[in-house]
Design a protein around this ligand. Structure first.
Ligand SMILES: C[S@@+](CC[C@H](N)C(=O)[O-])C[C@H]1O[C@@H](n2cnc3c(N)ncnc32)[C@H](O)[C@@H]1O
Length: 441
């Protein structure tokens, strides 16, 4: 396909997402199925246009004078492919599959129009109703912080030390220019996509099929590490879902002790069985939501709560979720977070830890939930994350951890007090919130 056809396809898919309220991944998949002639390069180039247009929908709309799909796709093409108006027009000239684009003057003005005159929420590419929350949380840098959630993300992987060393995985992935991601002993990073390129499909690599590594954002790896999981412990992963954190915790325990993986939703839990088998995790017991967990009460060294949340920290990867989030959804998530913390707390043994994690940056889902929880009965005490970080990195035996690239985040952890907020701008990860609380002995 030529550029004109790719632009038209991206516009068609965006229209489908908007009119039928469809998740972006599903809309792209369906388009691929009904347009078999499109090759894999076409599909990824179209995917980049759709994702970029969704990520920067408001600022592109402002700079183009319209947020209609053809305007924001033209903006995504110009910015993503480094084309000026002339190059874009020339590339689609005479192409019968090309769409109607905004007028030449608008296209010509686009690169210079930086939206500096626009309200903060437009420059930040977020819905208006969330602007106050970002401002309260990030202060002067709130627009920058929010805008960084619209960048293309890297592909992050975790070396599964139950099966392969960090070095071995790096070597296996060297054709893809994989590098240590720097914050954790296990993290590996493949840089964000450039232009109309694509990330390698690492899931068909022999190393992946043999369980040497998992796809996992480094923020998620760091959250698991900061739980303080150590060999021999008894851990309840109370919101295990498909098991991303369970697998990381299992490796941190070096296949000793016991992890109880539980989730309130059987369907979400289902993929965990295959993943555990591939990763060689032998210390995990999966609990169906119908199982009775009574025997675990007051017996766990760590209860890990990877709470259901709005996912604002993952907007780089799921930009459609940004525009779908409503105040009503947020209220629902908050109620679930309060419930899940209350339910999970009873399994922590005296002297044990309750770890609360979300992949959201919103204070409503993070610090305010901790305050609400601590205000209730239970007597939990939040721990200083700087100390936990130092211990986790010391036991992680990582040559990279503590090195220069890590210094900035190290400082962040030391100054975090009792809660760590990771963001694409601060830590180069997805947005994650971590708070570790102890039940007094
Ligand atoms: C953020 S996801 C978990 C992701 C998973 N830990 C991972 O790393 O792949 C949150 C999970 O919480 C589960 N959940 C929501 N409310 C729950 C409850 N009351 N009890 C247990 N699990 C719950 C959801 O089904 C969902 O799978």
């Amino acid at each position: 396909m030529r550029l004109g056809g790719r632009l038209s396809a991206a516009i068609e898919i965006l229209t489908d997402i908007e009119t039928r309220h469809r998740p972006v991944a599903q809309a792209l998949k369906d388009w691929g199925i009904s347009h078999r002639f499109a090759g894999s390069k076409d599909r990824s180039a179209i995917g980049n246009l759709v994702y970029d247009a969704l990520r920067r929908k408001r600022s592109y709309g402002h700079r183009m004078g319209s947020d209609a799909p053809n305007a924001i796709v033209a903006a995504a093409a110009m910015e993503g492919l480094s084309l000026d108006a002339e190059a874009l027009t020339k590339a689609i000239d005479g192409d019968k599959f090309a769409p109607d684009l905004p007028d030449p003057e608008t296209l010509r003005a686009f690169p210079e129009h930086r939206a500096l005159d626009a309200p903060g929420a437009v420059r930040a590419d977020i819905p208006d109703w969330l602007a106050d929350r970002f401002e309260v949380l990030f202060g002067e840098s709130w627009v920058e912080e929010a805008a960084a959630l619209s960048d293309r993300p890297p592909l992050d992987l975790r070396a599964n030390t139950l099966k392969a060393s960090h070095d071995k995985v790096l070597e296996a992935l060297s054709p893809f220019h994989a590098e240590p991601s720097g914050l954790t002993p296990t993290g590996i990073r493949i840089a964000p996509i450039e232009g109309d390129g694509r990330h390698p499909n690492v899931q068909v690599e022999a190393g992946f099929l043999k369980g040497w590594f998992e796809i996992q954002d480094e923020g998620s790896q760091l959250a698991a590490l900061l739980s303080g999981a150590e060999p021999g412990m008894q851990i309840l992963d109370y919101c295990a879902g498909a098991g991303g954190k369970t697998l990381a915790l299992s490796a941190a325990l070096e296949n000793t002790g016991q992890i109880h993986a539980y989730d309130g939703d059987r369907q979400r839990l289902a993929p965990i069985y295959d993943r555990l088998a591939r990763a060689g995790c032998r210390n995990v017991q999966v609990h169906d939501p119908r199982d009775e967990l009574a025997e675990l009460e007051a017996a766990m060294d760590i209860v890990f709560v990877d709470a259901p949340c709005s996912g604002t920290g993952t907007w780089r990867r799921r930009p459609d979720a940004k525009w779908r989030l409503s105040e009503a959804n947020l209220e629902k998530r908050i109620a679930e977070q309060d419930a899940v913390l209350d339910q999970a707390a009873r399994y922590v043994k005296p002297g044990g830890r309750l770890v609360y994690v979300t992949c959201s940056v919103l204070p409503d889902e993070n610090a305010e939930r901790i305050e609400a929880f601590l205000g209730g009965a239970g007597g939990f005490v939040p721990l200083d994350l700087g100390g936990i970080w130092e211990r986790a990195m010391a036991t992680g035996a990582s040559p990279e951890a503590g090195a220069e690239g890590n210094a900035e985040v190290h400082r962040l952890a030391l100054s975090a007090g009792t809660a760590l907020m990771m963001t694409p701008l601060k830590t180069g990860t997805d947005g994650f919130f971590v708070c570790v609380m102890e039940r007094p002995a």
